[in-house]
Design a protein. Sequence first.
Length: 238
Amino acid sequence: MDPIVKANINNLVDVWRTASTPFNACVEGPAFSWCSVPGFEWPNKLWFNGDITEEVMRTALDSIPSGKMVIPYWNTTGEEIIIAHGGVKGSEQAGMSLKLERPFHTENRLLFRVVNTPADAALWAGIYPQAFGYSIDQKILEATYSCLRYYLALLDGQPVGTAILHLQDGIAGIHGVGVVPAARRKGFANEIMAFVLNESIALNAGYATLQASQMGKGIYLDMGFGEQFTIRNYAVHK
């Protein structure tokens, strides 16, 4: 596997791990791992650390808790096994990366705050579902904002956007960049992204990685990101 692709996946997995560990809700093994916080919608992920075989799939499904779990498929084989066990394809994301060589221009229309108080955690968690259609619980932010950087973007004092930055081994993993529907089509996603990239450069990251939706991919291509791989997300119910 290409080193930057591996770093991209590792950063994403570590976000799930970091979010669920304070709740003792991450189980890891050589063949597969899963994170599921009871009562929370996210992260709730099951992923495979090697080849997906029939035996590994059965063992994984036996081990996860009841309810909905999302399997991000970035492997090269075994997709048909996920489907055969009831996996229903949902969203698709592009794994992308960018070498950080220069600062990015920002319009300075938005004010940014790093979330480090329960009040800002509540604001961030309150608007995130408007942008993404699922929630990240406020309790996760409060348990992890000492190790993950959650950014709140404000326009005229009102929260309009979110972002997460996770630094790991010189890689700036950028996650959860979203804008509420009422503030879309005004270039705010670009401004949020440029701000977080500049933060990453200031923190001495060499590369930025992300997983883009179809809606966001064009923005990131225009900013210089390259597309390396695809993640297809499958929902399974136990």
